[in-house]
Design a protein around this ligand. Structure first.
Ligand SMILES: C[S@@+](CC[C@H](N)C(=O)[O-])C[C@H]1O[C@@H](n2cnc3c(N)ncnc32)[C@H](O)[C@@H]1O
Length: 286
């Protein structure tokens, strides 16, 4: 295990369960966002996202879920993700131990290959849990969205003598339409399951306050820590893959170099400078 730290932001390079057990004090965390491997065959560099059976995947998950609950403060909140097919098991496991306040659907539009023989999956589930249903943070005023009826109209109160817009803002419901991170977006990092900044903004604003500690046991590109920093929270991010730890060190500006090499964002194909010589050669040939 290796620890990197700067100005209230910690990156722990190691195994989630091991780090949670050894490095994080019980009842010390205000908010946890856990986005584990989904057991669906993604590739986290050389770490295959596939367990021998669903049973062994779930056993592993129950282990870190249990540990996360221990680390939460008594007024703490936890958001948990997994694949749609595993979420019912998470739900049943967690409902005895915490209060599940919302079963959120993160809905996005599909791109790429479309299902033709079944209804394609256009959402990922998120459980919003709290340790104490009578004492938890929920900053509804900080996450208001525009209130719409039908397609585009605002909510109108027709009972008034002169109909008036009575509510143009509302607390979001449990279906969140937020685009996935795509290759050409500024926030894109080289990772197969990066979560959008907008998703973490809503979660962190709602369920923590400035100065609170936000923990992500499966940090990937460190979106959680990155947003926590922007919102003046403290962060702890755990990740097992060195390449992803390097993304975190850069995104959180903890280090500018790693093993003597500058930490730079990988240039995407469309960001390479156009080879002007090649273009003029092509023009001559035409
Ligand atoms: C679904 S991704 C998280 C993506 C992240 N939310 C983001 O926005 O980039 C899961 C991450 O967990 C990491 N991981 C897998 N097994 C782990 C373990 N045992 N301990 C810590 N991290 C692990 C993977 O390398 C991967 O980056």
């Amino acid at each position: 295990m290796k620890i990197f730290e700067k100005e209230g932001h910690k990156i722990l390079w190691g195994d989630a369960i091991d780090v949670l057990t050894r490095e994080i004090s019980n009842r010390s965390i205000h908010l946890i966002f856990a986005d584990p491997p989904y057991n669906i065959g993604k590739n986290f560099i050389d770490l295959p996202d596939k367990w021998d059976s669903e049973k062994s995947y779930l056993e592993w998950c129950y282990n870190w879920l249990e540990s996360c609950i221990k680390k939460l403060k008594s007024n703490g909140s936890m958001y948990v993700m997994t694949a749609t097919q595993h979420m019912p098991y998470f739900d049943i496991f967690l409902r005895d131990k915490v209060t599940i306040l919302s079963r959120i659907v993160w809905h996005y539009d599909s791109s790429g290959v479309q299902a033709k023989k079944y209804f394609g999956s256009l959402y990922e589930p998120i459980l919003h849990c709290v340790k104490d249903k009578n004492n938890y943070t929920f900053n509804s005023e900080d996450i208001l969205v525009e209130a719409k009826t039908g397609a585009i109209r605002k909510l109108i109160d027709y009972r008034k003598p002169i109909p008036a817009v009575y509510n143009s803002k509302k607390v979001p419901g449990n279906v969140w339409k937020i685009p996935r991170v795509r290759y050409r977006m500024d926030e894109y990092e080289n990772h197969p399951t990066q979560k959008p900044i907008a998703l973490l903004e809503r979660i962190i604003k709602a369920s923590s306050n400035e100065g609170d500690i936000v923990l992500d046991p499966f940090s990937g590109t460190f979106t959680t820590s990155f947003v926590a920093k922007q919102l003046k929270r403290k962060s702890i991010g755990i990740e097992i893959q060195e390449e992803y730890v390097k993304i975190g060190l850069r995104r959180l500006q903890i280090m500018s170099e790693y093993n003597g090499q500058p930490l730079q964002k990988e240039r995407r194909t469309f960001e390479h400078p156009i080879d002007k010589r090649q273009i003029s050669l092509n023009l001559i040939e035409e």
